[in-house]
Design a protein around this ligand. Structure first.
Ligand SMILES: [Zn+2]
Ligand SMILES: [Zn+2]
Length: 407
């Protein structure tokens, strides 16, 4: 096999041809995951079909990798550098694949197949990394802790989204700006009493919850425009004629950067504490799962992806002012140089909306994913064949890390 860099045009053509040749199988794989939605850390079916698929295509597959039962590591090629393409495959409660993670999984596989086709002996290693639990608890942070990125030089993935006036179908936001996020649960413990007969004997845990909810609503006026604090009450009492002695809630606190998030968190905690004081109840507050960081987009990777996205007919759009959602891919960009472009598909329903579930299973959505994956495959061909590109990405990554350390 010739070295990748010796016939780069042929390598590019072969990478794209490998995706085209697998298109029907990739569509089946995507629909198989789409029709079996599984929640965070429970993605056993997706784990099985993805690992079987990659093994059948010649990848060396490690199931239940890095200490997580539904993570996997599928490797092709040999030598340096090692580039990881990330798959996500968890769904949302009640509305299935409303974030299109079936497309993310399939895109990771498509890109991996393309590179496996063209990486000659010693040209480099491609890792298709299966990453559980993006929608909750931040599984990629577990993977980072367990060493999944220790031998990885760069990591890339993409995310589909609904259309908007700023992002018509076929457009791509190369540099995503997700928020840093930390989730928390709270529980108030009070004292039951007959709600009509002897209410003065009770300590009302629902009053505490509403007091906190109202306090956060008032605090919102003083938050930065980039802040988002939102939650649900998961336990609100037993019956109208019982003063509730137990209530519980699940909240997210988000900000545009990790630093802003750390500034906001104690102010939100104060709202919960104040409510306990005011109502005589007891507060139990727990920060849940892994915190999600903001994203450090690698400039060389972004510029390269943008070039190939345009070549594939996609239209780049600028990032929004304030980040929309949050993703644990942000955490990965603090571990290695990384990139997470978002591309739009034909759907007026946005992510986390049942309408988007249909788009994630549509022919059109699949075709958009294939186009975006081709741009990603061509980006990787550049990364493997142009050592200075990866060196520049590492230089920027190290400079940012040094700047943070000196703050
Ligand atoms: Zn998602
Ligand atoms: Zn999502």
């Amino acid at each position: 096999m010739v070295k990748l860099a010796d016939d780069i045009e042929q390598a590019r053509a072969s990478a794209l041809a490998a995706i085209d040749a697998a298109n029907g199988d990739l569509r089946d794989l995507s629909l198989e995951i789409h029709s079996h939605p599984e929640l965070a850390y429970e993605e056993h079916h997706a784990h099985e079909v993805l690992t079987n698929f990659l093994e059948g295509r010649g990848f060396a597959v490690e199931r239940a990798a890095h200490g997580l039962p539904t993570a996997f590591r599928a490797v092709a090629g040999s030598g340096d550098p090692t580039v990881a393409v990330l798959c996500e495959y968890d769904a949302l409660p009640g509305i299935g694949h409303a974030c299109g993670h079936n497309l993310i999984a399939t895109s990771g596989v498509a890109t991996g197949l393309a590179l496996a086709e063209v990486l000659g002996e010693g040209d480099g290693t491609v890792v298709v990394l299966g990453t559980p639990a993006e929608e909750r608890d931040g599984g990629k942070a577990d993977l980072i802790r367990n060493g999944a990125f220790d031998d990885v030089d760069a990591a890339l993935m993409m995310h589909p989204g609904g259309q908007s006036p700023q992002m018509p179908p076929g457009s791509v936001r190369v540099r995503a700006k997700p928020n840093a996020l930390h989730a928390l649960t709270v529980r108030y413990s009070g004292k039951n009493a007959h709600a009509a007969g002897r209410p003065w004997d009770g300590l009302n845990a629902l009053d505490a919850m509403l007091h906190a909810y109202g306090g956060i609503s008032l605090l919102r006026q003083q938050m930065r425009p980039s802040a988002r604090v939102h939650g649900i009450i998961t336990e609100g009492g037993q019956a109208p004629n019982i003063i509730p002695d137990r209530t519980a809630a699940y909240f997210y606190v988000r900000e545009d950067t990790v630093d802003h998030l750390e500034e906001l968190k104690p102010r939100v905690v104060a709202c919960f504490e104040a409510a306990a004081l005011a109502t005589g109840t007891t507060l139990d507050l727990t920060w849940e799962g892994n915190p999600y960081t903001d994203m450090q987009n690698s400039t060389p990777l972004a510029d390269t992806y943008e070039k190939w996205a345009v070549e594939q007919g996609m239209v780049p759009v600028e990032p929004e002012g304030a980040g929309a959602g949050s993703t644990d891919m942000g955490n990965v960009t603090y571990a290695v140089p990384g990139l997470h472009p978002s591309y739009s598909v034909e759907s007026t329903a946005g992510n986390h909306n049942a309408g988007f579930t249909a788009a994630a299973g549509s022919e059109e959505g699949h075709a958009r994913m294939i186009t975006a994956s081709k741009a990603l495959a061509l980006t990787l061909v550049d990364l493997y064949s142009q050592p200075e590109l990866l060196a520049e990405a590492k230089r920027e990554f190290d400079e940012r890390a040094a700047a943070r350390a000196s703050q």
